[in-house]
Design a protein around this ligand. Sequence first.
Ligand SMILES: *Cc1c(COP(=O)(O)O)cnc(C)c1O
Length: 239
Amino acid sequence: MTDRKTELARNLARVEERIARACAAAGRRREEVTLVVVTKTYPASDVRLLHELGVRHVAENKDQDARPKASACADLDLTWHFVGQLQTNKAKSVAGYAQVVQSVDRLRLVSSLSTAAEQAGRELDCLVQVALDAESGARGDRGGVAPDGVGELADAIEAARGLRLRGLMTVAPLAGPYAGRQRAAFERLVELASRLRAAHPAANMVSAGMSADLEDAVAAGATHVRIGTAVLGVRPQLG
Ligand SMILES: *Cc1c(COP(=O)(O)O)cnc(C)c1O
């Protein structure tokens, strides 16, 4: 193996062990949690190595970086997740390669994604991004809708052609009552998700947890963890 492949394999094994241990501690089966590797700022060659090592879900947060990477890896059976703040004028591009958009946080984005998905002849899986620190009616600094806005967005996604409502996503808040309380934040997300599932049974994805807090997410009941740094290394700049 190349040096980089050996490094990625070792990191992946460590993350896999953390997920397995967290599942065991929570009395959950390992298959209940999907690892999504966040490849932002890293090259397509790393995505290719990760695929060789068995990774099938990757995520990006900027369309201008994601689009060429996805295109360079179009021959691989990968599911691409979009997890960043998304401008409506990028919806068309994102709908061209992403199967999952985890960061749906406003009605205008729902209609842009719907139009884009229809034009591309594709179905997009959508998660509503929740900002647990946002005030009622507001959006979070890093994207996301306030908890009381989830229902309206979920209904809009469900009604939109080309889109499938699949669940909720959050990033642990840096401010507000959940700052530094990842476990409580993720439990709140899981609670919001089970409420959502009562009205939308297919919305069974709960995306929470990153490199620093994946154990909290698994304990709370997350179905998808989004791991960047722990697999690929510390990013050269904020991405
Ligand atoms: C970058 C990013 C991650 C991964 O974060 P790490 O701390 O590097 O694991 C997860 N989710 C989102 C939305 C991100 O932007």
